[in-house]
Design a binder for this molecule. Sequence first.
Ligand SMILES: *Cc1c(COP(=O)(O)O)cnc(C)c1O
Length: 349
Amino acid sequence: MAYPINEKIRNLTPYEPITGQYPIRLDANESFRQTPPSILTQITESLSSLSLNRYPDPYCTELCKSFAGYYGVNTENVTAWNGSDELISVLNQSFLMKGETVMTLSPDFSMYRFYCGIAETKCVEYQKKPDFSIQIDELISLVKKHHVRMLIFSNPCNPTSIGLKREDIRRLAHSVNCLVALDEAYMDFWDQTMLREVEDFDNLIVLRTSSKAVGAAAIRLGFAVTNKTLTRTLKAVKSPYNVNTVTQIIGSVLFNNKEWLNSSTQQIIASKNELYSMLKQTEKNRPEKIQVYDGVTNFVFVKTGEAKRFYQALLKKGIAIRCLGEYLRISAGTAEENREFIKCFESVL
Ligand SMILES: *Cc1c(COP(=O)(O)O)cnc(C)c1O
């Protein structure tokens, strides 16, 4: 008997990250900051009291307290997840019925669409303007026209690095009656967070991650910050023991080290600014070859007719960046990594 795999997953292929050994990794927007020995010691000590035989705390009480303390929000508004990825998946599966409509923006983070496919929700896109700006009124009327049940997008945006100001987000979220899932994966690098306003909205969920500024992509940790009603619903629909104890312990230690997190974030911003100015200089010398976008994240977005050639030539030199059509996305690295990148980039140019 043949086993037929269902239609919605039959043609999916496993996610393929860049494999192979590249000494300089500027492709995934991770933090380049190494966790200092003093914090690693705190982690080791906290892990030594781990009850390996017991299920984790289903509500991640200590972890959510530490997160709330760092960001100045209320613990009752916070839930923890296995990366924002798990949360995006749960939003699609639980807050929408099969066939209902999700709106994403284009270009934006590709995982939004992926989880729509799995949840059998319908994904429609708002196309950003040629300069990647978003026309809020146009977006609002499109949400209404398509009877959208969830609007999800990143702010600031991956991959454009452009951000929408708080007043725009407020107006948007107040003008629609769908769920607004605001992915603030890069908001540590900017100052327009909506984290502390979630109680003003009955339809706003802010997504945060530990994979970027917090420098903990390895432990798969993300958060939802939303009003108490939606927090209760999120707790009701999640798998009971979703975040493992090791992740809870490490995450809690990290968020308790506020000064280190703050200084680390500042250093990443400084590195991005440096990378941006170097690329701007390159653009000035060869304006016909590249166009460099200003942004508010930890990466720089570049337009070039030869994206693929740059990407492949840099890989050969041991430098991984991200290639998206006719665009390149380069994460900020250490000062040495940035310099090595620019040197190789100009030689390829
Ligand atoms: C990197 C990134 C995330 C983080 O996802 P995790 O699953 O928490 O690692 C979320 N959203 C966007 C837009 C990102 O770029």
